[in-house]
Design a binder for this molecule. Structure first.
Ligand SMILES: [Fe+2]
Ligand SMILES: [Fe+2]
Length: 299
């Protein structure tokens, strides 16, 4: 019998579109944003200068490689301004087709400060891709957001980002209600026998298997991983750390894949996952200055 064609998933992250910094009106920059903007002007922004060109290349890459599903784990912008979110959304829109096959979460930079309703600004731009197949598990906002793909795969998006009031803090936390919902969701019959991909912005562990710092990491990663230990087959997918890696933490039976940043000069990366009946193959994606290309699958 011919083997079923695997589903192909592209996972990219942390594109940090900040070209708008040249155009934003200074009156829009308040409190932490002003500090973020000054840091960008001091040099950080140059690492993301060609984000637009690279996003066009990623769209071509998606077409060339016949990708079925696209996942983005957040940090579309630098400062979370409405204008930046609009530009980022325009850039990734070709990847968002069809909307049921695009799964995303906000990064901390997308809800940078709590002026107005920062979560609403993100949802407003990305509402077309925030539909939920099991909305009864929503614990607030859109999360956890579940997509059931065919009979064999489920993708669960968890929001771990929150506005940080102090500029030197960029840590995350999954609200306890979301953790409780995730815990119940994983016992749902409709999730049984599926591979489960859990997507969140913050990395639950660093590339060396250790916790990130209190100021930069996911503050309740142990609680999150404890719940994810119920998952027998699948992976946790994250961003936030701008270098890609894959690790197998001791406390869970599934790997963590961090996508790194798809646009950061010198570190451009992403992943392709092929979902087979009994395995998940992961292929690192790199950038050669003109286009993205695929490396051999991880063993
Ligand atoms: Fe980032
Ligand atoms: Fe981040």
């Amino acid at each position: 019998m011919k083997e079923k064609k695997p589903l192909k998933i592209l996972h990219f992250s942390d594109i940090h579109v900040d070209m708008l910094i040249r155009h934003i009106k200074w009156r829009n920059l308040l409190s932490k944003r002003a500090i973020g903007a000054i840091n960008l002007l001091r040099g950080r922004s140059k690492y993301f200068d060609n984000a637009e060109q690279k996003m066009h290349a990623l769209i071509e890459f998606k077409e060339r490689n016949h990708i079925d599903i696209v996942i983005n784990s957040g940090d579309y912008t630098a400062l979370g301004l409405e204008e930046e979110l609009k530009i980022a959304k325009e850039l990734v829109e070709p990847l968002m087709q069809p909307p049921q096959r695009y799964i995303t979460v906000p990064g901390n930079h997308d809800i940078y400060v709590h002026e107005g309703n920062s979560h609403y600004r993100f949802s407003e731009q990305f509402c077309s891709v925030l539909q939920n197949d099991l909305p009864e598990y929503c614990s607030g906002g859109h999360w956890p957001l579940v997509r059931l793909i065919g009979d064999d795969l489920a993708i669960v998006a968890i929001n771990s980002s929150r506005p940080n009031m102090l500029p030197w803090k960029s840590n995350g936390m999954i609200p306890i209600e979301q953790l409780k919902s995730l815990d119940k969701l994983l016992d749902d019959d409709r999730m049984r026998d599926r591979k489960i991909l859990v997507v969140t912005h913050y990395a639950p562990k660093l590339s060396n298997g250790e916790d990130d710092s209190r100021l930069h990491g996911l503050n309740n990663s142990d609680e999150f991983l404890k719940i994810c230990s119920k998952i027998k087959s699948g992976a946790i997918l994250c961003g936030h750390i701008h270098k890609p890696y894959c690790i197998y933490p001791e406390s869970i039976t599934i790997p963590i894949y961090c996508a790194g940043s798809s646009t950061m000069e010198g570190h451009e990366s992403a992943w392709i996952y092929e979902v087979y009946e009994n395995e998940l193959k992961a292929y690192p994606i790199r950038w050669n200055g003109e286009e993205y290309y695929t490396l051999a699958a991880l063993e």
